[in-house]
Design a protein around this ligand. Structure first.
Ligand code: HEC
Length: 156
């Protein structure tokens, strides 16, 4: 072997060694990165830009299934989506369905919430919302418990 060959061999070994060190360091770096931010990996494998809005819509759909709407006592009808979007953020929808008001009554409740509870201005959504409420949750609406028949007696 000539010294020239030995030098070539040494250079090759050194280069290989360097590459190994580089690979190991990158692997460790990657593992540490994934440990602290696992979403980096998921973002790599999923096209997050397209999926995020779809997932958000799904969540809304999943939340208000027909069964759940029925469970809280709401009825299908025009304006339901607006009521779901505006009336279930602060309290249960059951608080809505447990009440019966006239159109004016519902507007009063909304005004009261706006004045004292930080309820937002409904703008052009107010009419369809009040329509929905006063149609399905009117004092004389079906399903409402009849007033108890109380026999009054006088105290002597
Ligand atoms: C910004 C928050 C907020 C939003 C949004 C909201 N409410 Fe309320 N609402 C309240 C609070 C707070 C109360 C009082 C809750 C309590 O007493 O536990 C309340 C009470 C009520 C009551 C009971 C009133 C009474 O006299 O007892 C009804 C009915 C009602 N809300 C209906 C609605 C309807 C219908 C919507 C949508 C149009 C709505 N709420 C949206 C905050 C809100």
């Amino acid at each position: 072997m000539q010294s020239n060959d030995i030098r070539k061999l040494l250079t090759a070994v050194a280069a290989l060694g360097l590459m190994m060190v580089f690979l190991i360091v990158s692997a460790i770096g990657l593992i540490v990165m994934v440990q602290f931010q696992p979403e980096i990996l998921t973002n790599w494998f999923a096209d997050s830009k397209e999926e995020v809005p779809a997932v958000e819509v799904q969540v809304v759909d999943e939340e208000w299934t027909d069964e759940k709407i029925e469970e809280v006592g709401l009825v299908q009808g025009e304006g339901l989506q607006l009521v779901l979007a505006n009336c279930t953020n602060c309290h249960s929808a059951k608080l809505v369905t447990q009440n019966r008001f006239t159109r004016e009554g519902w507007i009063q409740v909304i005004r009261w919430m706006q004045e004292t509870q930080g309820f937002w201005d409904l703008g052009s959504n107010e009419d369809p919302i009040v329509d929905y409420l006063s149609t399905h949750f009117a004092p004389e609406a079906k399903g409402r418990r009849k007033p108890l028949e109380v026999e009054w007696y006088s105290l002597e």
